[in-house]
Design a protein around this ligand. Structure first.
Ligand code: NDP
Length: 298
């Protein structure tokens, strides 16, 4: 059986480091890291994510603020709020919870965030830095950054020459994940919905990352023996075995079958998920250090 990669343990380590850095920053006269989370509307899943982010920020000792705009808020009001947060010296990280309602242009919203406060790593400046090999000075999107830490935990930092297959090419997960693996000297293939013979391609991967949003799509016989499997997917499916109307979370990988073949694998829940929030905190504390004129902590 494969090693289970414990995202909860790793995220607790990251959070522990963030807390220590926050205390050190105050001791150096740098004040508190400030995180502003903005949510538009009342999507229940988004509300849970936002509440978790705000709670973790408080646990880390941050100045944490949440702005909730009504679902029919005008785009101009959201852009104005971001402008105010950009100018607020107590705020070092701005996060707009996606998706925003359809009448708001999410691209415009994201590009309004000052790159030095873009702790989600979605602005052109941060995407461009990662894409041109300047990851050290970029804010890297939290989910792939957290996935990378989990991979390094198993494989070490030098991934030279390993074959990596990333299934999914979103701007939030797939593309930045591919760039991070490329920067770590992997030979990277990015697969998507038009890829032919995905199973055979996946079987070439020493590192297989699934970021698709399709429950248990990646089967055990898609996995190369000994591969490191990172399951980013979070899918809620019916669980009639629990009781009528109940649901459970599964990833994009059919866990039981894949775990028999993989060298190491992330579970869902408890794998990549907890890392995302931890990396958001790490990016925010880094932003606060830079704002205070201090070296970025590593
Ligand atoms: P998107 O829907 O933006 O992207 C999905 C990608 O999967 C697309 O590139 C799409 O291809 C590809 N795809 C869809 N169907 C197939 C298929 N049959 N075969 C191969 N590729 C396919 O999703 P995200 O990247 O935002 O999220 C992916 C998953 O990760 C979701 O389950 C999401 O909930 C989860 N997630 C988890 C996070 C965490 O914290 N753990 C954070 C963010 C996301 P194409 O481009 O051709 O359409």
């Amino acid at each position: 059986m494969s090693e289970v990669i414990d995202g909860r343990k790793m995220s607790a380590e990251v959070i522990g480091k963030v807390k220590a850095l926050t205390a050190d920053l105050a001791a150096k006269g740098g004040g508190k890291p400030g995180l502003a989370v903005v949510i538009v509307g009342e999507d229940p899943a988004s509300q849970v994510y936002v509440a978790n982010k705000s709670r973790t920020a408080k646990e880390c000792g941050f100045h944490s603020v949440q702005h909730t705009l009504p679902a029919d808020a005008a785009e101009a009001d959201l852009l104005k709020l971001i402008g105010e947060l950009n100018a607020d010296p107590a705020i070092h990280g701005i996060l707009v919870q996606l998706p925003v309602p359809d009448h708001i242009d999410s691209g415009k919203v994201i590009q309004t965030i000052a790159p030095e406060k873009d702790v989600d790593g979605f602005t052109f400046v941060n995407v461009g830095k990662l894409g041109t090999g300047e990851a050290e000075t970029a804010f890297v999107p939290c989910t792939p950054a957290g996935s990378m830490l989990l991979i390094e935990r198993v494989r070490g930092k030098d991934l030279s020459g390993l074959n990596a297959v990333v299934i999914g090419r979103s701007n939030i997960v797939g593309k930045p994940m591919a760039n991070l693996l490329l920067a770590a000297n992997c030979t990277v293939t990015v697969a998507h919905s038009r890829t032919k013979d995905l199973a055979a391609l996946a079987r070439t991967a020493d590192i297989l990352v699934a970021a698709v949003g399709r429950p248990e799509m990646v089967k055990g016989d898609w996995v190369k023996p000994g591969a490191t499997v990172i399951d980013v997917g979070i899918n809620r499916i019916p669980a009639p075995e629990k009781s009528e109307g109940k649901t459970r979370l599964v990833g994009d990988v059919a866990y039981a079958g894949a775990a028999e073949v993989a060298g190491a694998i992330t579970p869902v829940p408890g794998g990549v998920g907890p890392m995302t929030i931890a990396m958001l905190m790490a990016n925010t504390v880094a932003s606060a250090y830079l704002a205070a004129g201090l070296a970025r902590p590593r």
